[in-house]
Structures are given as C-alpha cells and as structure tokens.
Design a protein around this ligand. Structure first.
Ligand code: PMP
Length: 352
C-alpha cells in the first residue's frame, strides 16, 4: 500500500476473481463462463462498431434498452444496462444503502456483496443458510434493511421459488429488495415480471453466463421507473459511458439469438444433470443446482486437495476457504467432453 492510499480504504480486502493462469492450457471450470462462443451475428455486431470507436457510445444505450424491453416484456424506462451485473449491484449498494439503511444477505453467497458494503461503509448483516445450504425465505421477511439475494444462490446453485421471493419483496415495502439473477436462465424462476407490481424490487441479470458474453461485460437491471431513475443518478455521477459501443451492439444481437440461447442453456442443463449423476455414483454430495455450476463434496478427498489435484491435471475448479464450504468445490458445467475429462480426473483422484 502506498502512503497516498486513502485511509478509508486501507483495510479493504478486494474481491478475488477466479484465477486465469497462463502457464498451460486448462479446462476452465472455475468462473462459470459459457463453454460456447457467441454466435456469428453477435461477433459481427462488435466488428461493425469497432470501426466507429473514435466516437463516444450512446450513454442511454437506447437500442439495447428497446430490444431488452421487447424481449423481457417491460418498458424501456424499466431497464438499465451496465458494465456487467457487478456494476448494477454496486450502483444498488450506493443508491439504496447507507449508515441508516443497512443491507442483509446470506452468509454464503456471492463474495462481492460484502466487498461493496465495506467499500461504501454500509453496515451489513449476514443470515446463515440452513443446514442443507438453502435460504429460509422467512429470515428475510420485514427485516428493515435492504435485502440482496442471489436467486439461484452462488456458490450453492440452489434456487428459491418465485412465491417466496414475492413474499420477501411484499414484506419489505420500505426497503429495496435486490434479486441477483445471474444464473436464472438455467432453471430458476425470474422475478422480472413482478417489477410492475412492486416498486421496491430490483432484478439484475447478466449476459456473462447464459448469453456467452462474460468478456464483453454486460448486465441489465430491471425495476420500477423510479428505482431506475435513482440508479441512473449514480451511473451519471460515476461513468455515463459505462457500456461501450461494441458491447451494446453485441447485447442487441445476442437478444436476437433466442434459439441459440435456448439451445446452449438446454445443453448445459443436460450436461449438469449428467455430471451430477456421475458424481453421485462416485459417492459425492452434490447440491441440487439450477445454475451452470455444481457445488460438490466428497468424503474421500477434501476440497482443497481435490482442487489442487485437478489443477495439476489441467482442470480448474473453484475452491473457497469459508468455514462451512471448505470441503466443497464449485464446478462450472462445460461441454460434455470437458465434463468427461473432469469426471475421469475425479475418478483417478478418488482412487489414489
Ligand atoms: N452475481 C453472481 C451471483 C455472480 O456469480 C456473478 C459472477 N461472478 C455476478 C453477479 C457478476 O457477473 P457479471 O459482472 O459478469 O455480470
């Protein structure tokens, strides 16, 4: 740390993104990316915009908002495109939390929530998941705080039914409830259709997983017009051109590729069920996942050792050190070939 670094950030531990080692070609099952490249028309859309990169992009992202409004059945004033969904989550922490409005989220969830809270000095409380790693929605009823829930949750992969999300939103009318739907397209129930009914609901989604655009950085927020206006105040006070012109064009093109989107999600769900069943045969505990990853644990080999031995064989998965989850690994669901290579390596390691 330099002597110039602001005192207020000196104790901050930043978020650690999944590793991207360059020493060899890995089978990457550690950051929940799609194994499928974006379709040609999406790549072409970026190329067409790259030639105009001397010009600022449209800060309103009008074309993308219009397309998203059409695809998701909302008004364009109810949509906010951002630089990945991380950015809209950050905006939400800035807009809807402060010293007198704390934030609550599960103890085991997306690691960025606590980083955002600490970054902005927001008091936060975590609520333990149940013994089976599920969220008890009753813990979030009338909590007098901003609520942030990933549904499905990460890294567990487990989802709450929509009626339970609605109960949480309904019971907290004085506070914003943020539902992070980064993984919803792999079997969860989206709350987007509830935004007309509840003006305290913000739903966030991403193009990073189900739409094969992690590297383009594109997220969407859906909420009442008044919440979107608040979030725009934060956006225009930080980075008005937050979505670059290549990414905005890729987003529009990706939303025109519904068939590709549905096919690739279906394949990933099939590969997930196949991998889960094979791991169960090997004696693994596999949490029921509605995402593009599996959270898995074996009594034969501890979490860290499995992670290390897989890495030595060229397969990257994600291991977390948290007390309740250190025995687990989070495994992104890739192609059938990738999953077979992963399963073969696991079989060898378990035998050792
Ligand atoms: N929410 C959850 C639960 C995630 O796992 C991630 C991915 N790391 C994100 C949000 C953010 O994804 P992105 O910024 O790529 O949209």
């Amino acid at each position: 740390m330099s002597k110039y670094f602001s005192e207020k950030f000196s104790k901050l531990t930043p978020y650690t993104p999944g590793e991207q080692p360059k020493d060899m070609q890995y089978i990457k099952l550690n950051t929940n990316e799609s194994p499928f490249a974006p379709p040609k028309n999406v790549v072409d859309a970026a190329k067409a915009e790259a030639g105009k990169a001397q010009l600022y992009c449209d800060p309103e992202c009008s074309a993308l908002k219009e397309k998203a409004a059409q695809v998701f059945g909302v008004k364009k004033e109810q949509v906010l495109p951002t630089n990945g969904s991380d950015e809209i989550l950050l905006f939400a922490f800035m807009a809807f939390c402060d010293a007198s409005t704390p934030v609550v989220f599960p103890d085991i969830t997306y690691g960025f929530y606590s980083v955002f809270a600490k970054l902005h000095n927001i008091p936060y409380k975590t609520i333990p998941l149940k013994e089976d790693f599920s969220i008890d929605y009753r813990d979030y009823l009338g909590v007098n705080a901003t609520v942030v829930i990933a549904n499905p949750n990460a890294p567990t992969g487990m989802a709450l039914p929509l009626w339970q999300i609605e109960e949480i939103v309904k019971s907290n009318p004085k506070n914003v409830v943020v539902i992070d739907e980064a993984y919803v397209d792999f079997g969860g129930e989206s709350a987007v259709r509830l935004i007309d009914k509840y003006d305290n609901l913000l739903v966030t989604q991403t193009f990073s997983k189900s739409r094969s655009l992690a590297g383009a950085r594109l997220g969407l927020g859906f909420a009442s017009e008044s919440l979107i206006a608040d979030l725009n105040t934060i956006k225009y006070s930080t980075n008005p051109y937050n979505v670059n012109r290549m990414t905005a064009a890729m987003g529009v093109a990706a939303l025109c590729e519904e068939e590709y989107f549905k096919d690739t999600c279906k394949t990933i769900c099939e590969n997930r069920e196949y991998t889960a069943a094979e791991l169960v045969k090997l004696g693994f505990k596999v949490l029921p996942s509605k995402t593009n990853f599996l959270f898995v644990q074996s009594d034969e080999v501890d979490g860290k050792t499995l992670y290390e031995k897989l890495k030595a064989r060229g397969i990257l998965v994600r291991h977390f050190n948290g007390e309740r989850i250190a025995a687990f690994n989070r495994v992104t669901v890739g192609t059938r070939e990738q999953m077979d290579a992963f399963l073969q390596a696991v079989k060898e390691i378990v035998k050792e």
